[in-house]
Design a protein around this ligand. Sequence first.
Ligand code: GDP
Ligand code: ZN
Length: 454
Amino acid sequence: MSKTIAAISTPRAAGGISVIRISGDNAIAIADQVFFPVSGKKLFQQAGYTAAFGDIRDGEHQIDQGVALVFRSPKSYTGEDVVEISCHGGILVTEKVLRAVLREGAFPAGPGEFTKRAFLNGKLTLTQAEAVTDLINAESEKGLKAAQCALKGALYQKISTVLDELLSVTAHIAAYIDYPDEDIDDMELEKIKIVCESCSESLRKLLETFDRGKVIREGVETVIIGRPNVGKSTLMNLLSGYQKSIVTNIPGTTRDVVEESVNIGDVVLRLADTAGIRETDDIIEKAGVERTFDRLMSADLVLAVFDSSSPLSDMDYTLIDKIKEMPTVAIINKSDLIANIDKKDIYNNFKHIVEISAATQTGVEDLNLAINEVLRLNDISTSGAMLANERQYHCVLRADSLLQGALEAIQVGFTIDAVDISIESAISALLELTGEKVTDAVVNEVFSQFCVGK
Ligand code: GDP
Ligand code: ZN
């Protein structure tokens, strides 16, 4: 018998409604002590998936009116009996409802405990549970799509296919190990080799999705760079939609790095407006310029801004040299003014160039397109299986290197036992990934990253 748990499942903020979720064997009995349907029919008398309107009380005290939803085991999120009480979305009201529920015998749920129970009861695989967090945390269209796909089980299915193949190989090998007199022939070994190779290839494709998916998981580290007064801060403010950087016409005003996250296309750009590049003796400004270059070198995307109303300076040429091999969009700004710049030098050094006016807000659409092209966003498919976090990545990495070990063992003519041990270990690594064979420590680690109420 599992102890019954309860928590507020909506954010701790005032809103239209809040939901208190109760799960466990006593969920319905406990709810019946605090929730009183106006129909007079108790919740335990109701069928699953029904909603009742009624009074929420703590002993004699009326707290609120609301709706109770009953889900009967196993047809609920956790697989247990679940009651969700919706009340008005005030922080105090909601806490009072939870307190009443706890007083009737429910225990406060730990972080992710509802989802953990769903996993333990076989309602979700571990990778699907992880997708729930990713779904909640998704900031961009691409991130959301990837999480939805994982929630539907795309990664699990991919891993299952590999597992099935490896399991059939080990079943086959077991037959030889059981009858040691029978020597495995080369034809059989060749078959095992082919399966290991194709599984390894599938795993490597998955590993690649992790590298490509960084942009989706973490956003794009973006640096806006250019000499003072070309319009970096104006551009940043335009992209972020409100004044964040200090815009002035005194060169070097942006002393340090100002940061902002903005949604461009289907991803999140982590934008940094940097101190303008210029030779300076000012100590504070110098530190800013150094930091600019540090950031520049580790950036996923560089937005290099040039002023079309004045000729390119030595500083501009230094900058061009520094960044021309980086993923850069060259931005020729102030297109509303009379051009006085040698555009050839820009067009000869960069592949992606846009002409805009940050001040009059023209050319932003071209900039969006150029950013999508530089990042090759259209190549990042979110519809297939994808590795979503380090845990998953390392399980696949381990499985792949174990398969390589098995292939080497075949190559050098080790006994079939040695081959078998490597393949079995690869299987274990993949079962750890899906959560089918996983230690409590790993499970606890995964769910500790959830919030209370999920
Ligand atoms: P930063 O030093 O590169 O950050 O440049 P700022 O964004 O502070 O802009 C410097 C000056 O250029 C300000 O007076 C802006 O109003 C002006 N400016 C920025 N973008 C444009 C533009 O597209 N057209 C015109 N005419 N002026 C601009
Ligand atoms: Zn600035």
